[in-house]
Design a protein around this ligand. Structure first.
Ligand code: TXA
Ligand code: MG
Length: 312
C-alpha cells in the first residue's frame, strides 16, 4: 500500500502523532531534509526504521527534540554544547553528547553507544509533531540507505514506499542538505559531518573545530561499531550454550533471553542491544544463536561480529 501524503494541518499532525504513538513511521519535513520519524523510545519502531532504510549496519540515529531543555533529559550538556544550542537551536546542528542513563530513548537508536545525537529542528511541522507526541523522534534522512536524501514528500514516497504510514507534505526543504554533526568532548567540538550549518558560524562560537580522530570521536559506522562491545566474550552461531555461557536465543533456540521467539528479525533488532547489556551483567561469556543473514539479520550479524571481534 502506498503511504498517505497529507498537507500539513493540525488534523494531519494529530494523525501523524497517533501513528507514531502506535509504533508506525512517518515522513517528517524538517528544514534540512525529510526525516523518517519513529518514536525514539520504542525499540520496535526504531528497528522498523533500519528495516525500511535497508541499512547494512545499525548507524546511530539522530533524536529530534523541541529544544535544549528537552535535550537535557537525554544527555549531559557541557557548557560548550549549551552555548552552541542556545545560539543555533532550533536549526541544522546535531550535537553528539554523552547519553544520560535515565534517558528513555531506545538503545538501538544510539546503536548501543554511550553517546547520543540530538537536534532541535527549525521547521513548524516538525515542532508541531514533537509537541503533539511529547516524545523524542528518531529520524534519519528518509531515503533508502546509500541513496540521496529526500527534500520533497514525493521523493520520500518514491524511495520508501509502503514502509512509511504517512508523509507530512510541507513542500521542498529550505536547506536541502543534512544537519552539521558535531561531537562535543569537553571543550572540544569535533566536526563529524559537514552540513547545513557552515563551519564559519560554528567556529565563531566554538573556536577551531577539531578533526575527527579515532581516539576522540567515532566517525564512520565501522569505527562507531567498535565503540560498543560487551565486557563478556561472545561466541556466535552457537547451536547451544556450553557450560558457563549465557545463551542469547533466537526463534526455536531458546535461551536465557530470546531475541525473538517467533524468529522475527525486526523484533530481534529491537531487542539486540538491551539483551546484550542484560546478559553482560550476569555472565562473562555469551553464546548467541544463529541469526539468518536476511533482512535486518545482516545488520544484526554485522553488529554481533563487531562485538565478538578481538578487543585491543
Ligand atoms: O538533517 C538531518 O540531520 C536529518 C534530518 C532528518 O534531521 N537527519 C539525518 O539523519 O541526516 P541520518 O541518520 O541520516 O544521519 C545521522 C548522522 C550519521 O552520520 C551518524 O553517523 C551520526 O549522525 N550520528 C548519530 N549518532 C551518533 C553518535 N552517537 N556518534 C557519532 N555520530 C552519530
Ligand atoms: Mg542520511
Amino acid at each position: 500500500m502506498k503511504p498517505q501524503v497529507r498537507t500539513v494541518s493540525s488534523e494531519a499532525i494529530a494523525a501523524a502523532a497517533a501513528l507514531l504513538r502506535n509504533g508506525q513511521l512517518v515522513g517528517m519535513p524538517t528544514e534540512t531534509v525529510y526525516g523518517l520519524a519513529a518514536d525514539a523510545t520504542n525499540a520496535d519502531a526504531v528497528a522498523r526504521v533500519f528495516a525500511a532504510k535497508g541499512r547494512p549496519s545499525f548507524n546511530p540515529l539522530i533524536a529530534h527534540v523541541p529544544d535544549l531543555a528537552a535535550a537535557e533529559l537525554h544527555a549531559d550538556v557541557p557548557p560548550l554544547a549549551r552555548r552552541l544550542a542556545e545560539r543555533f537551536w532550533p536549526g541544522p546542528l546535531t550535537l553528539v553528547l554523552r547519553r544520560r542513563a535515565e534517558s528513555p530513548i531506545a538503545l538501538l537508536a544510539c546503536a548501543g553507544l554511550e553517546t547520543i545525537a540530538l537536534r532541535a529542528p527549525d521547521h513548524p511541522a516538525a515542532q508541531a509533531l514533537l509537541a503533539a507526541i511529547k516524545r523524542p523522534l528518531a529520524a534519519p534522512s528518509a531515503n533508502p540507505s546509500g541513496r540521496l536524501s529526500p527534500t520533497t514528500a514525493s521523493a520520500v514516497v518514491e524511495g520508501l514506499g509502503d514502509s512509511v504510514a504517512l508523509v507530512l507534505d510541507a513542500g521542498p526543504c529550505v536547506i536541502g542538505v543534512e544537519s552539521t554533526v558535531l561531537a562535543i568532548d569537553g571543550d572540544r567540538a569535533i566536526l563529524l559531518r559537514p552540513g547545513g550549518l557552515p563551519r564559519d558560524a560554528l567556529e565563531a562560537v566554538a573556536g577551531t573545530l577539531a578533526r575527527p580522530d579515532a581516539s576522540a570521536a567515532p566517525t564512520s559506522p565501522g569505527m562507531l561499531a567498535s565503540h560498543y562491545a560487551p565486557r563478556a566474550t561472545l561466541r556466535l552461531d552457537a547451536e547451544a550454550p556450553e557450560p558457563g555461557e549465557a545463551y542469547l536465543g533466537f526463534g526455536a533456540r531458546d535461551g536465557d533471553l530470546n531475541l525473538s521467539p517467533t524468529g522475527d528479525l525486526v523484533e530481534a533488532a529491537a531487542r539486540l542491544f538491551e539483551s546484550l547489556r542484560a546478559l553482560d551483567r550476569t555472565a562473562a561469556r555469551i553464546a548467541v544463536a544463529p541469526i539468518p543473514e536476511t533482512g535486518l539479520g545482516e545488520a544484526i550479524n554485522d553488529r554481533l561480529r563487531r562485538a565478538a571481534a578481538p578487543r585491543s
